[in-house]
Design a protein around this ligand. Structure first.
Ligand SMILES: C[S@@+](CC[C@H](N)C(=O)[O-])C[C@H]1O[C@@H](n2cnc3c(N)ncnc32)[C@H](O)[C@@H]1O
Length: 457
């Protein structure tokens, strides 16, 4: 097989990235945007020792589960991976991916529940971060085409309640449209990553209820004619706050901590599972409100039933889950590495009336979790641990600390089935997997969130 070959292939399974997988003379070929059971004509793009990558030129025999994507630029934009697959089939693929990761890491079949969701397949994202670029002399917004930094401008809106990107709401689109009108009328230029010149970098917006936090991220110190932008945003008739984020570094990190309010309030009030949180544009929040609440409530329910009323919430972010859990526990410790998030968590704890009940610890779980677990063990306290790490999963030292402190229950929330499975294998001699429940936090994409409940052996 060589780069540039045209082949007719049968797709025999799905890969971890939501793509189709074919086999040619023992070689695995990954083919995005097709699915098991299909026959496709492809062009080979890359050949490595053990695998190749190819792109579809023509679908010869489509699966009955193939569907027309709602987004008109789905096949060009690199944002979603599964809009060409009927939703029920997407859920089966995600479940099978979780099962496959567990099988690979643990060497045995583990029972996995059906994927749960809240029924909202589009318009679910409460946060967007869109690169800005100049195309045809106009400032446009759109995501990068897969594996490139070339912006694919959004197409037309297909539904009034949705954005041009169907993952966010019509309200979010109103804010983006207003901003683009302003940017083009004022004649702003866009940032060039290679040359590190130019001004506009990203449009970031967060929806909290029916209010919007709009952040303009730019390579500069001041937004020109900010009053004009405030006026056009006001004309949308929507409630908003406006921020300017000055990001003058040569970096892939979207927002810098140098952010100031241009209009409205510093934070927006959110109600998350009965906890009134103040959300700033910089604080981490799960992107799908409905599914986030389902997961938080599932963990809180379990903890309510547990005998252990002390909980360590490791990787606790801005402390929302920590304070939700405080309703089910006597004492909750949050551990989070980002000091700003811990400051938010402290404020939230105070507002929620949980001072004394919730303690937010700033530091690396690698150091703080073993020390805290050891302290609780010495005091003879029984406790449960919630793990909600970033995609790379938990450091081995965190898992070792769990194995020596032996909390009765561990609840692991993960956005990456591969690192989740690796970590469960490391805990396997000490913990029994009681349940594995995937949640569809990111419909129409390859991503899946999973909650695993573990009990000490
Ligand atoms: C997936 S988020 C979970 C946040 C929170 N549980 C929630 O639901 O909003 C992971 C969090 O872990 C934090 N983090 C990453 N590495 C860490 C470490 N080594 N120790 C402590 N916190 C860490 C990140 O800053 C981030 O806030």
């Amino acid at each position: 097989m060589q780069k540039g070959d045209i082949l007719d292939l049968e797709i025999v399974s799905s890969g971890m990235e939501g793509e189709g997988v074919a086999r040619v003379d023992g070689m695995v070929v990954f083919v995005p945007l097709c699915m098991q059971g299909e026959k496709v004509r492809v062009m080979v793009r890359e050949v490595n020792k053990k695998f190749a990558r190819a792109t579809v030129i023509k679908v010869l025999e489509p699966s009955p589960d193939r569907t027309e994507p709602l987004c008109p630029i789905f096949y060009r934009c690199g944002c979603c991976d599964m809009q060409h697959i009927k939703y029920d089939r997407q859920l089966l693929i995600k479940k099978a991916n979780v099962e496959a990761c567990l099988y690979k890491a643990l060497g045995r079949k583990v029972q996995v529940d059906d994927v749960r969701g809240d029924g909202k397949v589009y318009g679910y994202r409460n946060k967007i971060q869109v690169p800005l670029a100049k195309v045809g002399g106009k400032v446009v917004a759109g995501y990068y085409k897969g594996n490139t930094h070339n912006v694919v401008p959004f197409g037309q809106r297909v539904r009034e309640d949705l954005g041009a990107c169907v993952m966010y709401t019509g309200g979010m689109q109103d804010m983006l449209d207003a901003f683009l009108r302003y940017a083009n009328e004022v004649g702003l230029d866009c940032y060039d990553e290679q040359k590190h010149t130019g001004f506009l970098r990203h449009f970031v917006a967060r929806r909290v209820g029916d209010k919007y936090a709009v952040v303009i991220v730019a390579n500069g110190k001041k937004l020109p004619l900010e009053k004009k932008l405030i006026e056009v945003l006001k004309n949308t008739g929507r409630e908003f706050s406006l921020y300017f984020d000055s990001n003058t570094k040569k970096t892939n990190v979207i927002m810098s901590p140098d952010i100031k309010v241009l209009y409205g309030s510093e934070r927006l009030d959110a109600d998350i599972c009965g906890v009134r949180a103040k959300v700033s544009p910089l604080s981490f929040m799960q992107v799908n409100d409905g599914v986030r609440d389902m997961i938080y409530e599932a963990v809180a329910e379990r903890i309510k039933e547990d005998a252990d009323k002390v909980v360590i919430d490791a990787y606790s972010g801005a402390g929302v889950l920590t304070n939700v859990l405080a309703k089910s526990a006597d004492k909750v410790y949050g551990i989070e590495i980002v000091p700003e998030a811990v400051a938010d968590a402290d404020e939230l704890t105070e507002q929620s009336g949980n001072v004394g009940k919730v303690e937010n610890i700033c530091g690396d779980c690698v150091e703080k979790l073993p020390a805290l677990a050891e302290k609780l063990r010495e005091q003879g306290r029984r406790f449960a641990v919630v793990l909600d790490p970033p995609r790379k999963g938990c450091d081995e030292r965190v898992l070792d600390a769990l194995k020596s402190a032996k909390p009765d229950k561990v609840y692991y929330i993960s956005c990456n089935p591969a690192t989740l499975a690796r970590d469960l294998a490391r805990l396997d001699d000490a913990y029994t997997i009681m349940s594995v429940t995937p949640y569809d936090m990111f419909p129409e994409t390859k991503h899946v969130e999973t909650l695993v409940c573990l009990e000490k052996k």
